[in-house]
Design a protein around this ligand. Structure first.
Ligand code: SF4
Ligand code: SF4
Length: 398
């Protein structure tokens, strides 16, 4: 029987958060079951992009502070990690995401280490699922003694809902994420990828920030819904099944969870999930706004593919700036960079962007594909022409 703890928490006041989280962990047997002094604990946050903590799109920085404070007081070394969804922007904005969310500041103030998954290296794994393809997951999830998944309670305009199962997608560094949106175009098949990551990764505990949830057109364009909940479980699927029940949804209506149920990543049957904490049964979130197409059969990621292709970029060594230090060559997890010529073998490259992140001389450019470059250059030329004309007109008039 899986257990999900639901705690009521009205705001991000640090003392309240620490008290509620500690009470919740107490219902699972207490922190001593999970950590001991000296352990390295990775907090896998949700940093989907450069968004503020008040946006409802990312794990709130004060939520991260509370966990960091608790774990530091228990003598642990705390790491905070993620890789943002950079594929759609053509670059990986993870650094900016840590800053914009306030998590970088929290880490500095609390003495935690930031683990930007785009530059920490990867571990190759071979999942057992439908795609049977090698996968590269961020190395810190294997280096840490304990990994705590800190998802945000949000809607998803394609997948209806995103929580503990989906949050692990950020363990795929850099631009490689785009590949999975291309090969798994329906929410159901995308769920297979998520089940692969859960199967091969190490995620021991799941603590969801559902205080300010996101409703409507999530995961970034929705609005904040004051849900006032913290959900805690060792079972990510049970946690998600309870969360969607709060929205009046059943697991059949959220196809990204289907593969995790089928492959027994966790418990998908509500009858076999025990509710504890401030509730004995699952509370309903009244007037919570679901995405417009939450019922749509046409809902899938295929519509994103042209956009992903359009915005794609690839790393390329700028030989004029390159100092031949070979940091990129040595850090490339798939040895795709030739030591002598610095040419990148794009058949091998997994687009993790380690090289781009680690080059101290900014000698690795992210080259957009030709069509995008043409569009960007045309826009720039048009902008220059218009502004020059405008300035000329103003000069003539004055
Ligand atoms: S890390 Fe940068 S400077 Fe060093 S070899 Fe690679 S591209 Fe050149
Ligand atoms: S060349 Fe290597 S380090 Fe650079 S993006 Fe490709 S796989 Fe990653």
């Amino acid at each position: 029987m899986s257990k999900v703890i639901i705690k009521e928490c009205k705001d991000y006041n640090l003392d309240n958060l620490i008290e509620k989280i500690n009470q919740g962990i107490g219902r699972l047997g207490g922190w001593d079951l999970f950590v001991k002094p000296g352990d390295k604990v990775l907090l896998k946050v949700n940093l989907i992009g450069p968004k503020s903590s008040d946006s409802g799109a990312v794990t709130h920085c004060e939520f991260v502070r509370a966990l960091t404070r608790i774990l530091k007081q228990r003598g642990c070394e705390v790491w905070i990690g993620d890789s943002s969804g950079g594929a759609l922007a053509g670059v990986a904005p993870t650094v900016q995401s840590f800053r914009a969310s306030g998590i970088e500041k929290v880490a500095n103030e609390e003495g935690a280490l930031i683990k930007n998954f785009d530059k920490e290296g990867v571990v190759e794994v071979l999942p057992n699922g439908k795609f049977k393809d090698k996968m590269y997951l961020a190395k810190p999830i294997y280096d840490a003694d304990l990994v705590i998944n800190l998802p945000k309670f949000k809607t998803h305009m394609m997948g209806v809902y995103t929580g503990a199962i989906k949050n692990v997608f950020g363990c795929i560094p850099g631009l490689r994420k785009a590949k999975y949106h291309k090969i798994a175009v329906t929410p159901r098949s995308f769920g297979e990828i998520l089940a692969d990551i859960h199967e091969c990764g190490r995620f021991h505990l799941h603590i969801m920030d559902g205080i300010q949830a996101m409703q409507g057109e999530g995961p970034t364009a929705g609005s904040v819904y004051q849900a006032n909940k913290i959900l805690i479980s060792k079972d990510p699927l049970a946690l998600d099944v309870v969360a969607i029940k709060m929205l009046g949804l059943d697991i059949k209506q959220v196809p990204i969870l289907a593969a995790s149920k089928q492959r027994k990543i966790g418990e998908g049957d509500l009858e076999k999930i025990e509710i504890e904490g401030d509730y004995q049964s699952i509370p309903r979130l009244k007037r919570f706004g679901l995405p417009v197409f939450h019922w749509g059969r046409l809902r899938n990621f295929a519509m994103l593919i042209p956009f992903i292709e359009f915005m794609r970029s690839k790393p390329k060594v700028n030989l004029k700036k390159c100092k031949k230090c070979n940091v990129c060559v040595e850090s490339c997890p798939v040895e795709a960079i030739d030591k002598d010529t610095k040419k990148i073998n794009y058949k091998e490259c997994i687009e993790c962007l380690c090289c781009h992140e680690l080059c101290m001389y900014k000698a690795i450019d992210l080259k957009r594909f030709i069509v995008v470059d043409l569009v960007f250059k045309s826009c720039r030329t048009i902008y220059r022409l218009v502004t020059t004309k405008l300035l000329n007109s103003i000069n003539i008039l004055s």
